[in-house]
Structures are given as structure tokens and as C-alpha cells.
Design a protein around this ligand. Sequence first.
Ligand code: ADP
Ligand code: MG
Length: 288
Amino acid sequence: ATPVSIMVGTGRAAEIGVLFRKGEALQRLDSARVMAFDKTGTLTEGRPALVRAVAATGFDADMVLRLAASAEQGSEHPIARALLDATQNAPAPEEVTAIPGHGLRARVEGQDLLVGNARLMAREGVDMTGVSDALYNMETDAQTPVLVAVDGVIAAAFAVADKVKPGARAAIAALKHEGIQVAMISGDARAVAEAIARDLGIDHVEAEVLPEGKVDAIRVLREKFGPVAFVGDGINDAPALAEAEVGLAIGTGTDVAIESADVVLSSGAVAGAVNALHVSRAVMRNIR
Ligand code: ADP
Ligand code: MG
């Protein structure tokens, strides 16, 4: 590609809110065979709300919610806000340890709390039988379960749900129309990730991926399909943005993600990724 055509393409992209950091990214994006998306905050709004609460026998849902919200007070995970918005007077926790990809452990009012996904409960040896029906129903309804154990005993299952961004479905369809594979990489439960992917028309899902596993997920997609473009917004996404042939950060995302990306999409819309691909295709087509 000539420097001039790349400069023109980069300028035209900037006008529609797609900032190519380097000219090579414009060229590499044209060769991408698969575009992979982070789920939370990239395909969805990233502002989940509490939609269901089921207490295990012997527990009160409101009481458990208050303890869980307390444990989440210092957390930056979107789930934390969903729980905090749904409760009042959550006491300050005595101690909190975040467990990335799982949730957290805390001491609140002298009780030992675990707040997180089924993987966390399994890891800590908590019997989930008391909420297993609720857990199943939440996942099949594409709601993320947040389980709470008090002193090692399962106490409640809460469900949070996040809205898919407007225009996301159309953007995915446009990418598929361009002949590229579309994938989703998520830390969320498989059933939840698959339900959202189905709704969006995404064919390939890597779910229950631990934060450090996103890079491996990119490599798996590369083996299967070829060069990978990855779109993400979170701190967790930075290594994957760097690993992909082209990393695209959502402009409303975290600074770490933006710094790791080759392309910044100034709006939060998924359509930005389609625009980026279109510009890259147009420039490279003119050159060939
Ligand atoms: P994602 O961006 O897909 O949520 P994470 O690696 O941050 O990926 O988290 C994976 C899963 O771990 C979440 O879907 C959630 O079930 C659980 N989790 C992580 N952090 C928390 C937290 N602070 N509170 C409750 N659950 C959490
Ligand atoms: Mg995210």
C-alpha cells in the first residue's frame, strides 16, 4: 500500500470516529479472517441490573443481598454496581479479597462470605444443591448468576442481566456479510454467553475464559480461522488486544485497553468495528 492511500484512509476513518494508531493496522485489518468480541461492555452495555433473587432454605434474600453488596463495595466489576444499586445500608466489609474470574471472598459482620460464580463455589467446596434449580433457570434465560455463600453454606442465587447494545445485531450481520467469522470471548457462564451469542447471531463462543485465558482464546481462533481482530474494553482485555493481529478498543472503555489497541473506536457502538473494516477494505481494494 502506498503511504498516500493509507494516509487518506486513516483520515477518512478518523472522520467517522475510527482512529487507526498505525498505518499497518489499516492493512492488517483487511486480512483478518475472524473478528472476536469481548462480551461485557463491548457487545453489552456493561451495566447489569439485578433481575432475580432466590434464597436457599433458611436464608432471607434481602439479608443475603445486603451482605453481598457490602462485600462488593470496593469492587470495580459491573456486577458490584448491580448489587449495590439494589440495596441500602450495606455495612462496610471487614476484609475483602478479589478472586479474578471468580468473584470475591470477604468478612462482613463477622461472617465469611463468598460472592461469585459457580466456578468459585466449586473451587471452595460449597454445595450448590440448595440453589441448583434457580441456577439452571437463570443461565437458560441468559442471566448471569451471582451466588453467595455464608460461612461455607450456599445462601442465595441472584441473577444480573445486561442489555445488548442497540445496533449490535446489525453490526454482527454486516461483518458476516463481509465474509468474516464472528466470535465472542467471555468470562461468563457458558449457557449465558451462548444465549447472548445466539441472540446476536454469533457463531463461535469461547466462554468461562479466565482473565489470563483471553490470549489463549485468541490463539485458538487464529489456529481455526487465521488472522484475528479482537474488540474489547476492559483491563482484562489488554493482553488479548495486544495478541490479536489487530486490537480494537471501545473508546468508552478503560485506559489500559485503549493503550493496548491499534485502533480506537470513539463511540461505544459495535458498528465502529464494521466501519473500521469497511475503510480498511476500501483502501486495500484501491491499492490492489
Ligand atoms: P467478564 O468480563 O466476562 O465478567 P471476568 O473475568 O471479570 O469476566 O469475570 C468472570 C466471571 O466471574 C463473571 O462473569 C462473574 O460471574 C464472576 N465475577 C468476577 N468478579 C466478580 C465480582 N466482583 N462479583 C461477582 N462475580 C464476579
Ligand atoms: Mg468487557
